[in-house]
Design a protein around this ligand. Structure first.
Ligand SMILES: *Cc1c(COP(=O)(O)O)cnc(C)c1O
Length: 450
């Protein structure tokens, strides 16, 4: 694979980018990270606090409908929300086996177990589908703002949505989320799947009446083709993972909910009690929205890192090159292939890499083999199963203080030993609940030599 000229220059000038081109695990610290106050005005020109509150309100309005149709959401009153679990055994094991220093308390945000879609995509994806359904129903007079949204379960509503199509391009989990929710509402659904998508995800969607279209190409191609086909059909709506603001808002709502959970745990987040969060990134939408929401609430007291496979660090490169979506990991000689199907996006979202350019603290890369090792470790120590893509999050606490760049960041941010001892670290588990048993067996027995 020929390395592009701009990439060559970056590789020569930056040792971290050289490590990336050498397919090594690394930690990139954001050279344009800014104090929150300096980002506030510009960010709010694009996505405001009101936009996020509006999304939270809309989800609350749909809660009676979700609760009625998906009894698994009964405990959360129809909100699609996941537990925050303290994982001290995993923390101890990581410290032991990886020689890591992990101060503070380690938690797992279990979006792996979110209702309906079993992944973080249940936030953004389902929000966008619900918003689209509401927009159509309001425009055509099927509902009014004051109606109880349980009405969306009525037969005439399903018939109404049956006239419309929803389409999406996906490596798997977004397709599951959009597909399951849209089909449930009554929409016709087409999911354009990239080559990385796992067979069981395609099978599950087909079993729900979703039209799955397969591509031999990568994710960007599946998205481009889906977008084109949808644009040709006036009755079709395309959920655009590379540009979508509604998706982003659905993810951003997570922050407010997490804040409540931290309060319930009696955890303080302030200058002396920092919050450090690690979120696996594919195209950047989910981690980008979560990061945005967290920064708006916790400002400089939260430090958000993304994590990506060594072969597909597209969001990292979109940031580091300042080329945003105009980057492909192939430009750096990387295959873009990974066992982490949820993260295998060769080019990042232009929207997210721009809006989060000054907010993200950094980005870790992780080799595929470790995904499975961490998966087995979490199962052994905490009896929790999350899919390999999700396990990318653990490289954060493991490497933050083992990498020179990480130590420098902590020192520049004034995060001394005392503050770190008081810190809360959260690994964001992004998927897993829908994985079939036979696939778990396969995962548990997968070992990759580095
Ligand atoms: C989609 C996904 C991510 C990352 O989300 P992006 O919006 O693509 O960045 C992380 N983990 C899993 C399991 C996913 O499915």
């Amino acid at each position: 694979m020929a390395i592009k000229d701009y990439a060559k220059k970056m590789i020569e000038q930056d040792p971290v980018i050289r490590e990336i081109a050498d397919k090594k695990e690394t930690l990139w610290i954001n050279n344009r990270y800014l104090p929150f106050e300096m980002t506030d005005a510009l960010c709010q020109l694009i996505v405001t606090d009101d936009d996020i509150s509006d999304a939270a309100r809309r989800l609350a309005k749909f809660a009676p409908y979700i609760r009625k149709c998906f009894p698994e959401t009964e405990p959360t009153g129809g909100l699609i929300e996941s537990p925050l679990a303290k994982i001290s055994n995993m923390q101890a094991e990581l410290i032991n086996t990886c020689n890591a220093a992990i101060p503070g308390q380690l938690f797992l945000k279990m979006d792996s177990h979110l209702a309906i879609a079993g992944s973080v995509k249940a936030r953004g994806g389902i929000y966008e589908v619900l918003k689209h359904a509401e927009d159509l129903a309001l425009a055509e007079g099927m509902i009014t703002e004051d109606d109880n949204y349980e009405r969306f379960a009525d037969d005439d509503m399903k018939e109404f949505f049956g006239r419309y199509t929803v389409q999406v391009g996906s490596t798997g989990n977004l397709g599951l989320s959009i597909g399951i929710m849209s089909a449930f509402l009554g929409f016709k659904v087409k999911v354009h799947m990239s080559a990385d998508a796992k067979q069981w995800k395609k099978d599950m969607l087909r079993s729900k009446g979703v039209d799955v279209i397969e591509y031999a190409d990568d994710y960007s191609k599946a998205v481009a083709e889906g977008r084109r086909m949808s644009d040709e059909d006036p009755m079709s709506y395309f959920v655009d993972d590379e540009y979508s603001v509604p998706l982003f808002l659905g993810y951003a709502v997570a922050a407010e909910r997490l804040k409540g959970q931290l309060e319930d745990e009696g955890i303080t987040v302030d200058a002396d009690h920092p919050l450090i969060v690690y979120v696996p990134a594919g195209v950047g939408g989910a981690p980008g929205g979560v990061c945005y929401g967290l920064k708006r609430l916790f400002k400089d007291n939260v430090h958000v890192f993304f994590t990506e496979p060594t072969m597909v660090p597209s969001v990292l490169l979109g940031f580091a090159s300042d080329r945003y979506n105009e980057v492909n990991v192939a430009d750096f000689g990387l295959s873009g292939m990974s066992e982490a199907d949820g993260l295998a996006c060769a080019s990042p979202s232009g929207f997210v890499t721009r809006i989060d350019r000054n907010l993200v603290s950094g980005d870790f890369t992780i080799s595929d083999g470790k995904l499975y090792d961490f998966m087995r470790m979490l199962k052994k120590t905490e009896d929790i199963l999350i899919e390999p893509s999700s396990c990318a999050a653990f490289i954060g606490p493991v490497n933050l203080m083992q990498k020179e760049q990480g130590l420098r960041y902590l020192s520049e941010q004034g995060l001394d030993e005392t503050k770190l001892a008081n810190s809360t670290q959260i690994c964001w588990a992004t998927g897993g609940r829908l994985v079939p048993d036979e696939i778990w067996d396969k995962y548990m027995n997968t070992y990759i030599e580095e």
